[in-house]
Write a protein that binds this ligand. Structure first.
Ligand SMILES: Cc1cc2nc3c(=O)[nH]c(=O)nc-3n(C[C@H](O)[C@H](O)[C@H](O)COP(=O)(O)OP(=O)(O)OC[C@H]3O[C@@H](n4cnc5c(N)ncnc54)[C@H](O)[C@@H]3O)c2cc1C
Length: 436
């Protein structure tokens, strides 16, 4: 087992990773698909492995079952000890995995911006609350306000409503005019248009405000009231929960650990999805936020390229171009307004792991200085939340390098002294997770 070596390692089993694994396997490569979650699906298809209630999820997951892909779920990549090996943390210890080429498909996370009261219990990231609900967290009968920016708010409101929550309103910071200008992009993407009309139908009766953003959340022990600025008027909502998110930012840690070049907060890739590291490819939200169609098209291109058969990518480049145009229109429409930079007070906590207030960070010139002087970004999440917030609030560039391990890992998991060579190498599960 010590020589286990895959032709293609795919890191992340969301839409981009699933498409990459299928393409690489179809091109004849020996493929390993890895994800820290227990099942494939990523963010958008969370829970779909068993239900397959979403048409696209069903199509891609059925295809995944039909190709010879080896898999490891519940396995988080935590370090890149050499260019052709990764260290993976599993429930029973850390293991090394060797490969010739890698496709990074590690997706995105939400952008959270601080405002007074944002750390009260009952205040959730919008996508975070949706993920909890998809995993069975009960919200039936709860009064929830959905706020922030971007089309994810509609998906979140829809999931909450489906689960029996009382969605009070959706507060979108973008203006009516900006959203109206988005219409031509929607008309050119019939599937997205259908999705938007579907949300419109299912969410009818729920008030939707434009030019609206949360100014503060108040409550004793948990959130009870949320003050929303709606076109410069203040309106207070009595709530049980607030779901708030300001769009997505790429997960860059794995790409940075491989030493890939980053540009404008995303991994720089060429037409074949190759990064600046010749044997490493990147697909999906890591290359810039573009949605599921972009992730699938890029995944296909990257999978074939990593397997040495770019010519098999067929129509995927054309689909990628269309998805990129749509992604660019999304970015223009939901660009964040400058007022959101001014919501936090000096004593509003900014780095929740290390309890660093906004005022202390504001006194620093760079993220590195803030780290050295205040410990901002040095806690459990390693700056995954506050780092992106500082990027928006202060225009700070995120550090291009990362500190290893990428996530906290039990010291015992790193103790290789008692293991045989076989033990120290990841034993892949040849099968996908069982469906119940
Ligand atoms: C919280 C959230 C909710 C969303 N909900 C919706 C929605 O309802 N509708 C919609 O249209 N879009 C939604 N999106 C956007 C959606 O994620 C994208 O449009 C698209 O699915 C991205 O696909 P992807 O494959 O690039 O990334 P993802 O689907 O994010 O998949 C990335 C995968 O990489 C894995 N991963 C990351 N780091 C590691 C590591 N170190 N080791 C091992 N595995 C790792 C993750 O576990 C994940 O499974 C959501 C995004 C977020 C962040």
């Amino acid at each position: 087992m010590a020589d286990v070596r895959y032709d293609v390692l795919v890191i992340g089993a969301g839409p981009a990773g699933i498409a990459a694994a299928i393409s690489a396997a179809r091109a004849g490569a020996r493929v390993m698909l890895l994800d820290m979650q227990a099942e494939p699906g990523g963010q958008i298809w969370r829970g779909q492995w068993c239900t397959r209630s979403d048409h696209a999820a069903k199509v891609w997951m059925d295809m995944l079952e039909q190709v010879p892909v080896e898999c490891c779920f519940g396995a988080r990549l935590v370090a890149v000890p050499d260019p052709h090996a990764v260290l993976v943390d599993c429930a029973d210890g850390a293991r090394t995995l060797r490969f010739a080429r890698a496709v990074i498909a590690t997706g995105a996370r939400e952008l959270h911006l601080p405002f007074p009261g944002w750390s009260l219990p009952g205040v959730f990231g919008a996508g975070g609350l949706q993920a909890l609900v998809k995993n069975g967290w009960p919200v039936a009968g709860k009064r929830v306000l959905v706020a922030g920016s971007g089309p994810l708010l509609l998906a979140v409101a829809d999931s909450l409503r489906n689960a029996g929550a009382h969605v009070l309103a959706i507060a979108e910071q973008a203006s009516h005019l900006a959203q109206a200008r988005f219409a031509p992009a929607l008309l050119q993407a019939p599937r997205k248009l259908g999705q938007a009309l579907g949300y419109g139908m299912r969410l009818r009766g729920i008030p939707r405000y434009a030019n609206a953003w949360v100014e503060r959340a108040d409550g004793v022990g948990r959130v009870h009231r949320v003050t929303v600025n709606i076109a410069d008027r203040h309106r207070v909502f009595d709530v049980d929960c607030l779901a708030v998110g300001y769009g997505l930012v790429p997960n860059l840690e794995v790409a940075a650990a491989f030493g890939c070049d980053l540009r404008d907060g995303a991994v720089r890739v060429d037409a074949r999805q190759t990064t600046s590291v010749a044997h490493v490819y990147c697909a999906g939200e890591g290359t810039g936020i573009g949605g599921v169609d972009q992730a699938l098209a890029q995944g296909e291109i990257a999978g074939y390229a990593a397997a040495g058969h770019s010519e098999l990518a067929g129509a995927a480049p054309a689909r990628r171009r269309a998805a990129q145009r749509f992604g660019a229109a999304l970015a223009r429409t939901f660009a964040l307004r400058p007022q959101l930079r001014t919501l936090a007070a000096d004593d509003t906590v900014l780095c929740r792991c290390e309890d660093v207030p906004y005022g202390a960070a504001r006194a620093c010139a760079t993220q590195r200085e803030a780290k050295l002087h205040t410990r901002l970004g040095m806690g459990h999440c390693q700056g995954r939340v506050c780092g992106a917030a500082c990027g928006f609030l202060f225009d700070w560039n995120a550090p291009a390098s990362v500190r290893l391990p990428l996530a906290p890992i039990a010291l015992g998991h790193l103790d290789f002294s008692t293991r045989t060579t076989d033990d120290a190498v990841l034993q892949p599960r040849p099968h996908l997770p069982t469906r119940h």
